[in-house]
Design a protein around this ligand. Structure first.
Ligand SMILES: [Zn+2]
Length: 458
């Protein structure tokens, strides 16, 4: 970790000079939103709700007046845009799926897009087919401002050195190499690809990290875990960060424990969806992820998943170039009902529970969403990875990697628990449980915990 005095000076420079200049040059408003979000996170619930409702009403009016898709949709469904006054009114608007976006791309672009300096963005495609969409400078600014605020819950200050360790979704470069270089220098962000990892590449990554001495290490949960495992195996030391930011994948308790032990930094789990304008992050209470309600409305659709979980539906309040209203990004989640002890009134989502389109089918013909398995394993301490695959119409294989910290008696108990809980769901499906050393990640470097290998399933 760099010296605290030097770090404070750089953070002051970043917040008061470097980022404001960056905003001027790029036409962004990152600092303005960042300062606003620092205050709004402490607002009372009612004030936050009213602020969000006002933004929502403006977005709906804009969409009806300027976006052909919504003009036709609202007219066809008999929806008066003036009647959408708060987030609960959104239920009357049909959900926007990725297929609808692909089939109506031009009609979803605002007629006044040219004055908004739009940028064509694309999802990474790491968990499905890539999706193109337009975003604009406001959405971009709020997106980064809310991400920086969330990292601040782990003591991040603007300009703090960081390492980004993951697949293409985290380490991709801009189409303008000069701009990218300037941004990486300004942010002191060292990007390391974790798509292919072996002892040699991990050894090089550790050397790079130790030279850079980051205050924060950010990466996919499974990539951070592999890094931690390598450090433990080799008995080497890594420059101690202030915190570790895990993102883009479900973080299991066994992974968190190993990462915290070996990387010597408190782990903060994050969730982000730029296409839908969503982000959420843990605070120091580590009991759910606080949602940036100033950035988007995040709904959980009713009754679509196990244990009060449902499909995530996002309405980005700031992207006027191509508004997405009730966008189903194919994640599943659920809200935590209680208030957080940290005092923030931003609602919390439970740990993310996989993708709504990942499912297996029991021998009895019942569909079981990935959320069922993620809920199960998020409550177990003995495993760092799992994968459930359907290999036949009536056969599933559960692969488990035990944690290096697993206590044998608990491990045996939890394996039996996995068998019993799955058996309660499907009595006719044959279940094999295998203890393995590794589960290969997908091409993007992301770990896939549901695998449909049976062709008759889709
Ligand atoms: Zn909190």
């Amino acid at each position: 970790m760099p010296s605290p005095g030097k770090q404070l000076v750089f953070s002051f420079l970043a917040g008061h000079i470097l980022y404001p200049i960056g905003d001027l040059v790029a036409g962004t408003r990152l600092i303005k939103y960042y300062n606003f979000l620092q205050e709004s996170q402490w607002w009372q619930e009612e004030k936050l709700r009213r602020w969000q409702d006002d933004k929502l009403a403006l977005l709906i009016r804009h969409a009806y007046a300027n976006v052909p898709y919504y003009k036709h949709l609202f007219d066809r469904c008999g929806i008066d845009p003036e009647s959408i006054k708060e987030s609960s009114d959104l239920k009357r608007i049909p959900v926007l799926t990725k297929d609808i976006i692909r089939n109506n791309f031009n009609d979803l672009v605002s007629l006044d897009v040219s004055k908004r300096k739009p940028r064509l963005a694309c999802t990474s495609g790491s968990t499905g087919a890539p999706l193109k969409y337009y975003t604009d400078m406001h959405a971009y600014s709020v997106g980064w401002a809310s991400t920086f605020r969330a990292w601040g819950w782990g003591d991040y200050n603007l300009g703090d050195k960081r390492v980004t360790f993951g697949g293409g979704a985290l380490t991709s470069k801009s189409s303008n190499p000069l701009k990218q270089l300037m941004r990486d220098k300004l942010e002191r962000n060292l990007k390391i690809s974790a798509v292919f990892m072996n002892d040699e590449s991990l050894g090089n990554h550790v050397k790079q990290i130790n030279r850079h001495k980051p205050s924060f290490i950010r990466g996919y949960a499974s990539s951070l875990y592999e890094l931690a495992l390598f450090i433990k195996k080799k008995g080497i030391k890594i420059a101690r960060p202030k915190a570790v930011l895990s993102t883009a994948e479900m973080l299991l308790p066994g992974q968190r424990e190993m990462i915290e032990e070996q990387l010597q930094g408190e782990v903060f789990d994050n969730w982000g969806c730029n296409d839908g304008g969503g982000n959420a992050c843990e605070c120091r209470e580590h009991s759910g992820l606080h949602v940036a309600v100033e950035r988007s409305v995040v709904e959980i659709s009713e009754n679509s998943g196990p244990a009060n979980s449902g499909e995530v539906l996002l309405t980005d309040l700031h992207n006027y170039s191509m508004p997405f209203i009730r966008y189903a990004n194919e994640d599943m989640g659920r809200y935590v009902p209680q208030k957080c002890l940290c005092g923030r009134n931003l609602p919390r989502l439970d740990n993310f529970q996989g993708r709504s389109i990942d499912f297996l089918v029991t021998a009895e013909g019942q569909k079981v969403h990935g959320a069922f398995f993620s809920r199960l394993f998020l409550n177990l301490k003995s495993f760092t990875h799992f994968q459930v695959s359907q290999v036949l119409i009536d056969q599933w294989i559960v692969k488990l990697i035990p944690s290096a910290f697993a206590v044998n008696s608990l491990l045996i108990k939890e394996i039996e628990l996995v068998r019993t809980i799955i058996y309660q769901r499907t009595r006719e499906t044959k279940l094999e449980i295998e203890i393995v050393d590794s589960i290969p990640a997908g091409k993007s470097g992301k770990w896939k915990f549901i695998a449909n290998e049976y062709e008759g399933l889709s």
